[in-house]
Design a protein around this ligand. Structure first.
Ligand code: ADP
Ligand code: MG
Length: 725
């Protein structure tokens, strides 16, 4: 249609006059064509709208039906879903309403547009007609003008038409959207319908189940009713039988009651009789109690008499025991030499030089053998402790000595031996397995407690150290403070040490504290013989003073427990300078000790106490009726063979002297010989025949003892050997 109009624009006016029928046809064509298209669209839209309305009505109908069918199902998941769907449907309905309103508006607008268009067309037609009429009346130029006007009017109509078409297109799109929405809603409705059908089926199923359960319950109720009736019947029957039995029993009891009455009479008379007895009982009881009391007093008196008798006997026995003990100690000798062989432990390693060289005689605990380089030497002492001997075994042997200090004796116990041979172990021990020191004090505490009824005993301890011939107070605040040994100013000839601290001890705790203080203050140093070597003599001096509570007699006993410095030789320890001086002092004091003990055992008139600080300090504990015990410690390993032999020779010489003749020696002579001995090796000294006592070779102990007793040994001792003792 547009192309036709454009073509018309370019035609000449003279051409227009020749195509009048065509123009009329064009007008009629424009009229018919425009009306037909728009109306057609309008019709389609109206139809579509009707159809949608119908569908909407159908949907609403279905929805109503669904609502009715779903009223039975409330609270379940489906009902919730249904509610949601309903809400959605309501929303959709609202939307549909809006859309319908929009559609109505569009229809109205379309109608208005059409009306406007129709009016305009009519107007145009009328104008055209008028134009035609005017054309018929007027000449050609006016026709040209009208043609132009028509063209102008046609283009406006065309524009309107295009707008209407665009609107129509828009409306069609809207309808398509609405259709799609409607289809979705239909789908949703169908789903709801299906769900509702399923729910209905479930409801029916539940109803059937309910019906069935109700039937079952009725049946069960009936059965229970029957059972109840039966049980009531049974109970009734049973009760009736029991009643019958009870009646029978009652008759029996009635009969029994009649027969019991005479027995009851007898019982009543018995009861009265008993009542009388009970009334008299307290008097009888009092008599019996008095009688028993008399008997008990008598028995107690007898027991007291027996007790006193026993006590008297016990005291007599105790005195006898003490006498026997003293006799035993006297028989054993006031100076005893024991030997302890320490075990090889893990710290000694596993080399060849740790081989054991010491063996024992199972029949004689006073003998030990040292085997080295194919030669076996025998040594005899008062007792030998093998490596397996424990601290308690050692203490068992020395405890008699320790208790004798309570009786007023002075006691000295020395641990002698090379460094590492176990001197400190024997004297101090470890906290878990204490040695002689702590055990001795514990024993003394026990004895003090036992004798507390007759004696008031006090135990005090001092700890001192002799280092480089200097006496030091180990319990002082300043352990370097030197102490002097002085003669007692009372003219008794006794020695005393001014400033030596004495601490009273009453418990194990006290002694542990004292030991700890002493241990801290003790001087120790390192040498290449052992990691730690004691280079001083450590003395624990225990004094026991007692007052007899009956007689007022006073006693004082002193127990000196001495851990001597290492006896190893200077050459081996590699000492020089100050260390050499230390070693020389140690050797000097050890030899002085040996000399003093030898002199004491051989009962010489002159005892060289003053040759060393050690012997000088212990003078009153070594002389008189005091008791001395030398514990010689040795190592069983091959690497220590020289020191072991030296220590054993020293021990044996000390021990053997008692049996020999008394030999007078000048103090200076002893000293020069001691120097010789210390600086030479023991094997060299033995070769020179100075240590001839120990090498008894194949001789038996008993044989050797006989020889000693007869003085044979001393005849064999050369004058050069004697000073070494
Ligand atoms: P010393 O005082 O003679 O230098 P120690 O008493 O210090 O020697 O002993 C050296 C080492 O040997 C220590 O480790 C000690 O525990 C150990 N020892 C010594 N004698 C024994 C023993 N009888 N049993 C177990 N170990 C011992
Ligand atoms: Mg030691």
């Amino acid at each position: 249609m547009i192309s036709c109009l454009q073509e018309d624009k370019v035609r000449r006016p003279e051409e227009l006059s020749t195509t009048e029928p065509q123009r009329q046809a064009l007008g009629s064509t424009l009229q018919t064509q425009g009306t037909t298209d728009l109306e057609k669209h309008l019709e389609i839209l109206v139809l579509e709208n009707d159809r949608l309305k119908q569908e909407l009505n159908g949907c609403q109908l279905q929805l109503q039906q669904l609502r009715i069918s779903l009223t039975g199902c409330t609270g379940c998941e489906h009902s919730k879903e249904n509610t949601q769907l309903r809400e959605q449907t309501a929303d959709l309905q609202l939307e549909l309403g809006e859309k319908t309103q929009l559609l109505a508006k569009l229809q109205q607008h379309l109608k208005d547009v059409l009306q406007d268009k129709t009016e305009r067309e009519e107007r145009l037609n009328k104008q055209i007609r008028d134009c035609h009429l005017a054309l018929a009346k007027q000449p050609t130029p006016s026709v040209k003008y009208i043609t132009k006007k028509i063209e102008v009017e046609s283009s406006r109509t065309k524009q309107d038409l295009e707008e209407a078409q665009a609107r129509n297109h828009y409306l069609q799109e809207q309808i398509a959207i609405q259709r799609r929405v409607l289809a979705e809603q239909e789908q949703q409705l169908q789903d709801s319908w299906r769900t509702s059908a399923q729910l209905q089926a479930q409801v029916m199923m539940y109803e059937a189940e309910l019906e069935r359960t109700r039937g079952e319950m009725l049946e069960a109720f009936q059965a229970m009713e029957d059972e109840k009736n039966q049980a009531i019947e049974e109970v009734f029957l049973q009760a009736r039988t029991e009643m019958k039995t009870v009646h029978e029993n009652l008759n029996g009891v009635r009969m029994n009651l009649l027969s019991i009455q005479p027995a009851l009479k007898t019982l009543t008379s018995d009861y009265n009789c008993l009542k009388n007895h009970v009334r008299d009982f307290p008097c009888l009881l009092q008599d019996a109690v008095n009688q028993t009391k008399r008997e008990i007093y008598q028995a107690v008196e007898e027991a007291q008499k027996t007790n006193q008798d026993l006590l008297r006997k016990y005291k007599r026995e105790m005195q006898l025991r003490k006498k026997c003990h003293n006799e035993l100690v006297r028989l054993r000798g006031n100076i005893r030499v024991l030997c302890r062989v320490r075990p090889v432990n893990r710290d000694d390693g596993t080399g060849l030089d740790t081989r054991n060289i010491i063996s024992f005689d199972n029949d004689d605990d006073a003998v030990l053998y040292v085997s080295h380089r194919g030669k076996t030497s025998m040594f005899e002492l008062d007792k030998v402790f093998q490596p397996h001997a424990v601290q308690a075994d050692i203490f068992q042997e020395v405890q008699a000595l320790i208790t004798s200090c309570i009786d007023g004796y002075n006691v000295c116990i020395f641990a002698y031996g090379q460094t590492g041979s176990g001197k400190t172990y024997t004297m101090e021990g470890s906290p878990e397995d204490p040695g002689i020191n702590q055990r001795a004090l514990r024993l003394l505490f026990g004895e003090v407690a036992e004798r507390s009824t007759d004696w008031d005993l006090t135990i005090t301890v001092s700890m001192a150290e002799i280092y480089n011939e200097t006496l030091r107070n180990l319990l002082a605040k300043d352990p370097n403070e030197k102490l002097e040994i002085k003669l007692s100013p009372d003219g008794s000839g006794q020695l005393y040490v001014p400033g030596l601290i004495q601490i009273r001890v009453q418990s194990v705790d006290d002694i542990n504290k004292v030991f700890e203080l002493g241990r801290v203050n003790r001087a120790t140093d390192f040498t290449n013989v052992n990691e730690r070597s004691s280079r001083s003599h450590a003395l624990l001096i225990v004094s026991v003073t007692g007052i007899n509570l009956t007689s007022g007699v006073r006693t004082t006993g002193k127990l000196n427990l001495v851990d001597l410095a290492g006896s190893e030789r200077v050459g081996k320890s590699g000492a020089e300078g100050p260390r050499l001086r230390e070693a020389q002092n140690i050797n000097k004091s050890l030899l002085a000790l040996g000399d003093v003990i030898c002199a004491l055992r051989s009962k010489q008139p002159y005892i060289p106490f003053r040759n060393s600080k050690l012997t000088y300090l212990l003078q009153d504990s070594l002389s008189g009726d005091s008791k001395t015990l030398m514990m010689v410690q040795v190592s069983p390993m091959e690497k220590n063979v020289n020191e072991t032999v030296c220590s054993l020779k020293f021990a044996q010489r000390v021990r053997s002297v008692e049996l020999g003749a008394v030999v007078r020696r000048a103090e200076n002579q002893h000293y020069s010989s001691r120097q010789d001995y210390e600086l030479e090796s023991p094997s060299a000294a033995a070769q020179q025949g100075r240590f001839n006592i120990s090498h008894s070779g194949g001789k038996t102990t008993a044989g050797k003892r006989r020889l000693m007793a007869s003085g044979e040994v001393n005849h064999r001792q050369s004058p050069a050997a004697l000073p070494a003792l």
